[in-house]
Write a protein that binds this ligand. Structure first.
Ligand code: SF4
Ligand code: SF4
Length: 142
């Protein structure tokens, strides 16, 4: 009797934000329910302690608790870890891939593994890429 094939490990089950804090400091936030958290792009959240994490983790807004970047969800290879490549991916629907980049680091798209991920995602889903840097949309070939 043959053995069932081992299931590949699920990346989402083992990935953790760890020292990454990009989504707490790169995007602009405009949540009327949480005026103290509203801020411009590239301004860290006032509750973020660099190197430590969210000071109000147990009481953070649902917006924060519900958010996962594509890497944390398990998409793409481990090497696309956001604080390694200097940006993170989000997808609001199947037709839009969003890359929010850290302007203090080189553009993630200069990395072949990032370009490969973008090409694969956009080709398979017929998606368009939006890239943000410093809160502004920057040109993308897609
Ligand atoms: S960008 Fe992704 S990995 Fe980084 S803190 Fe946010 S959810 Fe976690
Ligand atoms: S409240 Fe906490 S989880 Fe939410 S953006 Fe601020 S530091 Fe991040």
């Amino acid at each position: 009797m043959s053995r069932p094939a081992a299931r590949p490990p699920d990346p989402a089950a083992r990935r953790q934000c760890g020292s990454c804090d990009l989504c707490c400091r790169l995007p602009a936030v405009d949540w009327p329910e949480y005026p103290e958290l509203c801020r411009k792009a590239d301004v860290p959240c006032p509750h973020l302690e660099r190197g430590v994490g969210c000071r109000i983790h147990a009481d953070r807004p649902m917006h924060c608790a519900a958010f996962q970047c594509l890497w944390l969800m398990g998409f793409g290879p481990d090497e696309l870890r956001p604080d390694r490549i200097g940006g993170y991916f989000d997808a609001v629907d199947s037709g839009l891939l969003i890359l929010i980049t850290d302007k203090t680091k080189p553009d993630p798209r200069t990395r072949p593994e990032v370009e490969a991920f973008i090409d694969d995602w956009c080709n398979r889903r017929d998606a368009r890429l939006l890239v943000y840097r410093g809160g502004r949309e920057v040109r993308s070939k897609r």
